[in-house]
Design a protein around this ligand. Structure first.
Ligand SMILES: Cc1ncc(C[n+]2csc(CCOP(=O)(O)OP(=O)(O)O)c2C)c(N)n1
Ligand code: SF4
Length: 283
């Protein structure tokens, strides 16, 4: 298998769900490289948080963004060179709170990138404050008497925003997650993969997920109605229903890069290329 390890010391807490994501990404990238994708063409971005360390542990091109900006950074890299396979790693605090506008607009414009959200349902690196997906009543560091807000369902939000690939995985099912990542990277358009990631230090929900998670059987991926029904199966507010994982929605529609670049690769424009002519291609 393709060697993707780095010399970085791993500082995640023993038992953290991030280990499952790292392993699934390694296996997915190795499989894609074996299938002909150039290793050099992968570019990873990350926000700020425990999730972001993923890129320290992978021997691939990578770029740390500001907190909440890995998706915007990934979109920028892709429009600069559409031949690259760009994957953004983000946390729920990073992309459902700090940078939510970037997530929504990247989905809306169908930017051809893959976004992997490590959803541990808290701001973990800063020791457990509540996020947009923390359950109501969550006794985080900033809300010792319980989170007073209701969480939202990010998959529902992504469907409304215009994402063309919507999936959910679980760190306790690495083989399944690997396959979702492979499908997400191969998909032409905005691929959104939400990963249920237990945080053993601030929100350990392994037992809950092991009891409730089940793999979706195949359905009509292009039906918004079917996707929404499946997405809503997990009752976020009561939290006691079954949790489906797998692909919920998948359609092919023009990507942002196809619409804007029309086959042009800006990174290959020679310096002497006339500015006026270049601009005319874009606007
Ligand atoms: C603009 C900005 N606001 C706040 C912080 C402080 N900060 C660093 S990491 C972090 C929590 C990250 O939580 P999340 O994105 O959910 O990732 P996790 O650590 O849970 O993987 C925060 C609030 C920061 N670095 N920059
Ligand atoms: S604080 Fe939570 S998310 Fe961060 S490394 Fe520890 S277990 Fe993982």
């Amino acid at each position: 298998m393709e060697k993707l390890d780095t010399y970085c010391k791993n500082t995640w807490c023993p038992g953290c769900g991030n280990f499952g994501i790292l392993e699934a990404v390694k296996q997915a990238v190795a499989s894609l490289v074996k299938g002909g994708v150039s290793k050099e063409n992968f570019v990873l971005t990350a926000g700020i948080g425990c999730h972001a360390k993923t890129i320290d542990y992978l021997n691939l091109n990578s770029f740390y963004s500001l907190h909440g900006r890995p998706v915007a950074t990934a979109s920028g890299i892709k429009i600069g060179n559409p031949e690259l396979q760009v994957i953004a790693f983000s946390g729920d605090g990073d992309s459902y709170d700090e940078g939510i506008c970037h997530l929504i607009h990247a989905a809306k414009r169908n930017s051809d990138i893959t976004v992997i959200i490590h959803d541990n349902r808290n701001f973990a690196l800063t020791t457990g404050q509540f996020t947009a997906t923390s359950p109501k009543g969550f006794p985080g560091r900033s809300t010792p008497k319980g989170n007073p807000e209701e969480p939202f369902n990010p998959l529902e939000l992504m469907l409304a925003a215009g994402a063309s690939f919507i999936a959910r995985g679980y760190t306790g099912k690495i083989e399944h997650l690997k396959n979702l990542i492979i499908e997400g990277v191969k998909h032409r358009g905005f691929s959104f993969i939400e990963v249920l990631q237990p945080c053993v230090s601030f929100f350990d929900n392994y037992q809950f997920y092991n009891k409730t998670v089940y793999e979706l059987k195949t359905h009509n991926f292009s039906s918004r109605k079917e996707a929404l029904n499946k997405i809503k199966e997990w009752d976020y507010l009561n939290g006691d229903s079954k949790i489906p994982i797998g692909i919920f929605y998948k359609i092919r529609k023009p990507t942002y890069e196809e619409e804007v670049l029309k086959g042009l690769n800006p990174s290959k424009i020679k310096k002497e290329f006339p500015l006026k002519e270049t601009l005319e291609r874009f606007v």
